[in-house]
Design a protein around this ligand. Structure first.
Ligand SMILES: [Zn+2]
Ligand SMILES: [Zn+2]
Length: 439
């Protein structure tokens, strides 16, 4: 037997003890219970989220402290091989609990504000966990044990901040004007006192407002009900009402009374590849998918409209999910899988393709689909095989896009017959909002 085998692996037992102590502490914590109750009653405020995160951190630190000491570590050191198997799983548990709390709190805020957008989760910041693992394993445990306290609290509190940011960002991309409010009790520090105040959120804003130094208990708040909501539904509600009426939808997509065109094999062969920014590699795949869609429309839907949806990372890997429509439009809900995909997809992750039997330009309803934050690219292939693309580039400006639509609507008046004119003029101004329009 070599010496290696004589050394007992202390990790499984240690991890077990920490996890069970942590679970006990959390379950029996009255502050946590009352905060959870508040959240279940949809009454949790930003301060409650911070308090919850701080308390979770405190309990995790306690569990660490109870079981980890230089005395039970080999040579008094928490070697990398030990730290790597103890710290990440336990910190991930805490992250998950805080994320659940934030998710529920945000859902309630959205609901109160009358916003039907799903709450967003912020991903776990694994860099910070790795940082703690690296540091703790470099020095004798007695000299580095502080790292399992204040930095843990900072990590946990930051989970809340990350969720505020993720939700404000998602709402911004949906055309709202989120406002971030940073509050301090005035006792924190000069830096925080300076930073306190209200900020209009934008993806390019100074990120300092979301920063949190050690032992900082300030709150970073985002409530969509505080006026951030004022742009909500300027676009989508109207679109929905209009497109739900069958009589209007005729005006939507066949403004000139064009007769529907049947898909022919020749048209399918004619489909060309297009280069779309961000999907350059998928140009050939996209071409084949347009051909498949036309084939499907021809064989399975009498040449009427078909819409296909896929996550851009699954292009060429998975099949598009199809919904069958009629001559003028597709009701995406007709395939229940599609609303599911939308609900679960992050911003700018979906590629939506569809054919038009009787119009060779995007419709007003199409702009509605494209304005969903989840959609990155919307393509149109006519039954004659002509391809057009609307694509959100990296620098796509959502708010500008919504503004342009609003302006054109005011300019032409919003009726069934002006819709094609509005679309045409919006697309003319594509460059103003860094929208890629390929025709
Ligand atoms: Zn502070
Ligand atoms: Zn369309």
């Amino acid at each position: 037997m070599n010496r290696q085998n004589e050394v007992k692996d202390i990790v499984p037992d240690l991890l077990n003890k920490i996890e069970s102590t942590y679970k006990d502490l959390v379950e029996n914590d009255e502050v946590l219970s009352s905060l959870l109750k508040k959240n279940a009653d949809k009454l949790a405020k930003a301060q409650d989220e911070q308090d919850f995160a701080a308390k979770i951190a405190e309990r995790l630190s306690e569990a660490y402290k109870e079981h980890i000491s230089s005395g039970n570590l080999p040579n008094g050191k928490m070697y990398y091989n030990i730290a790597k198997r103890i710290i990440p799983p336990t910190m991930t548990d805490s992250y998950q609990q805080i994320s659940d709390y934030c998710y529920a709190a945000q859902s309630a805020l959205n609901e109160n504000a009358g916003i039907s957008i799903k709450a967003q989760r912020a991903p776990i910041n694994t860099d910070r966990i790795d940082g703690i693992v690296n540091r703790v394993s470099q020095e004798p445990f007695d000299e580095i044990d502080w790292i399992l306290k204040a930095p843990i609290e900072n990590f946990c509190r930051s989970v809340v901040d990350d969720h505020k940011k993720a939700n404000a960002d998602f709402h911004y991309r949906s055309g709202l004007r989120p406002r971030i409010i940073r509050k301090t009790d005035g006792k924190c520090c000069k830096w925080c006192s300076n930073l306190a105040g209200a900020y209009e959120y934008s993806p390019g804003m100074d990120r300092e407002v979301f920063r949190r130094h050690e032992n900082c208990g300030c709150t970073v708040e985002y409530d969509p009900g505080d006026g951030s909501k004022r742009r909500q539904n300027v676009w989508s509600k109207e679109w929905k009402q209009k497109s739900e009426k069958a009589s209007d939808s005729i005006a939507l997509e066949s403004p000139l009374g064009n007769k529907p065109v049947l898909v022919t094999d020749q048209a399918i062969r004619k489909v060309k590849a297009v280069k779309v920014q961000g999907l350059e590699e998928d140009s050939e795949i996209l071409k084949e998918e347009h051909q498949k869609l036309l084939k499907f429309a021809q064989k399975e839907n009498g040449s009427k409209e078909v819409t296909g949806v896929i996550n851009k990372s699954e292009l060429g890997v998975k099949k598009f999910v199809y919904a069958k429509g009629d001559w003028d439009r597709t009701n995406l809900d007709s395939n229940p899988e599609i609303p599911m995909i939308f609900a679960m997809s992050p911003p700018e992750s979906l590629v939506v393709i569809h054919n038009h039997p009787n119009s060779n330009s995007f419709s007003y309803a199409d702009l509605g689909i494209f304005s969903y934050p989840q959609v990155k690219t919307l393509t149109l292939v006519t039954n004659k095989g002509v391809v057009r693309v609307l694509n959100k580039t990296d620098s796509f400006d959502y708010r500008e896009f919504i503004d342009i639509i609003k302006e054109e609507k005011e300019r032409w008046g919003f009726t069934g017959t002006t819709q094609p004119v509005i679309v045409k003029n919006v697309l003319k101004r594509a460059k103003e909002c860094n929208l890629e329009y390929i025709k």
